[in-house]
Design a protein around this ligand. Structure first.
Ligand SMILES: Cc1ncc(COP(=O)(O)O)c(C=O)c1O
Length: 469
């Protein structure tokens, strides 16, 4: 956090606590500078930031005053209701353990088909680097990470029209690491965060581990994102951070439109709330253009954008990053006391692979194969499933979200199928606070074959048996 943001935060807190009321005059720049120990420029930046957010107004030559809007906003924020404790970690632990069995049909797997991720050029570069002493040096690869790799990642943001410098990037051990480090850097136990009602279980796990209160945003049946409900939540609760996934959303699969993303960025600015944007599937679009992110519209450095190579090159290249901007230092602080550093060998091999366009070539063939496999899986599934089941199909990523008959419990289905060496991902993993648990996520990145057909037949049989009971 910049110094001016720290000062703005503490002034905002004093307004929220009622120490300053509407139309009270703030100390002059010089007085505030003497009081706080910050420079005049820092104080001016903090006042201007609060003015832009509607907390203060300026009177010519007279100084800065507390705005009425500020009082209004505070009175509108409800005392947060007692939050139910999140308890998801053991459910996720059991699911991850269960799906590790070697002969299991991996329809519940979170990982794309490794056959599609394997790239011989990357392996070749890795083995060349493995023979060089320089590839193992600690110093140039410690947080914030390998400079060349950060420059390449910053360049990829610039190609998308997002202003980015290598200093904005922190390299991490995969996206889960970047998401967790970001959340830890921005929150304290007891803070309120906002999550989509149905979302990647990693977000729920992080909230449980860090002792955070979760406010959920209802799923929107058409656009994927309910802007009205979003603004209402930001107005109503003291939300500090949102963690959202808006491209090829896991588990449902939708991609939110650019128009909505722009409005999300505007609302974040209006309420001065941070966003941790999980964008690990951004590269897995089937159309010509990569979808934009909220980061694209972020003018106030409120969005921390997280990405990774693990969904495109596999677990063997589990290197991620966060576009942290001014929070780079705060994130490195947490990183240096937890996951520390990322393999220098992997970072160096990635530099060569991505810089020389091998990555783009790999992405093109990966997208083609995922598109084909997903379409085939969808057709086979649709032909088999009873008509009261609904498949949510989106042309991106490698998951299908399937709605089963309303009275069916997908956790029970999961247990029954596991006994037959078939894994699926039940909805409890993604929407632990929701009543309706009749959904499953299926991984459709594999080439269609007899084993998959037999597994799908088993799912259908279980549904039919349930309906007859
Ligand atoms: C939505 C989502 N975010 C983050 C991650 C973690 O990515 P990584 O393997 O790069 O840590 C996953 C992995 O399954 C994911 O599905």
């Amino acid at each position: 956090m910049y110094k001016f943001e720290k000062l703005a935060q503490s002034i905002r807190q004093m307004i929220e606590e009622g120490i300053w009321k509407a139309h009270d005059k703030l100390p002059s720049l010089r007085e505030q500078s003497e009081l706080s120990g910050y420079s005049l420029m820092t104080v001016l930046n903090a006042y201007q930031e609060l003015e832009a957010q509607g907390w203060l107004y300026a009177k010519d030559k007279s100084g800065y005053y507390i705005a009425e809007r500020a009082e209004l906003e505070i009175s509108q924020k409800e005392a947060p209701p007692a939050q139910e404790k999140i308890q998801i970690n053991s459910v996720v632990f059991n699911y991850l353990k269960d799906t590790q069995a070697p002969d299991i049909v991996p329809l519940g797997s979170a990982f794309p088909n490794p056959e599609l991720l394997f790239n011989s050029k990357f392996m070749q570069l890795l083995s060349q680097h493995a023979k060089r002493k320089n590839s193992y040096l600690n110093h140039p690869n410690m947080p914030p990470g390998n400079l060349e790799l950060r420059q390449i990642i910053a360049g990829r943001y610039q190609l998308q029209g997002i202003s980015c410098h290598s200093d904005d990037i922190v390299i991490t051990s995969g996206a889960l690491d970047s998401l967790n480090l970001s959340l830890q850097a921005l929150t304290q136990p007891g803070d309120f965060i906002l999550l989509q009602e149905t979302v990647f279980y990693g977000a729920w796990q992080a909230a449980e581990r860090l002792g955070l209160n979760v406010i959920t945003l209802p799923d929107h049946p058409e656009s994927g994102f309910d802007l009205k409900a979003f603004e209402k939540a930001l107005k109503q609760y003291p939300i500090k951070v949102c963690w959202l996934m808006l491209n090829a959303q896991n588990p449902i699969g939708y991609t939110v439109s650019a128009e909505i993303k722009e409005k999300i960025a505007q609302l974040l600015a209006k309420y001065h709330v941070h966003l941790i944007e999980d964008d690990v599937y951004q590269e897995l679009n089937f159309g010509k253009e990569k979808p934009v992110s909220v980061k694209y519209f972020d003018q106030q450095h409120l969005v921390l954008h997280c990405g990774s190579f693990s969904k495109t090159l596999g677990m063997g290249a589990r290197v991620g990053w966060v576009f942290a901007g001014p929070y780079s230092n705060a994130i490195q602080h947490v990183q240096l006391m937890s996951t520390l550093t990322v393999s220098p060998l992997l970072q160096n091999a990635l530099v060569d692979f991505v810089a020389h366009h091998h990555y783009e070539k790999h992405l093109r063939s990966l997208r083609r194969a995922l598109d084909q496999n997903k379409k085939r899986f969808y057709q086979e599934l649709k032909a088999r499933l009873p008509t009261d089941c609904k498949i949510h199909y989106y042309p991106t990523g490698y998951f299908l979200w399937v709605e089963l008959p309303t009275d069916m419990d997908s956790q029970q289905l999961y247990t029954n199928l596991l006994a037959q060496d078939i894994s699926i991902a039940p909805s409890l993993l993604f929407r632990p606070k929701h009543q309706a648990q009749n959904f499953i996520r299926l991984n459709c990145s594999f080439d269609w074959n007899d084993k998959l057909a037999a597994a799908v037949d088993q799912i259908v049989q279980q549904i039919e048996t349930h309906k007859k009971a």
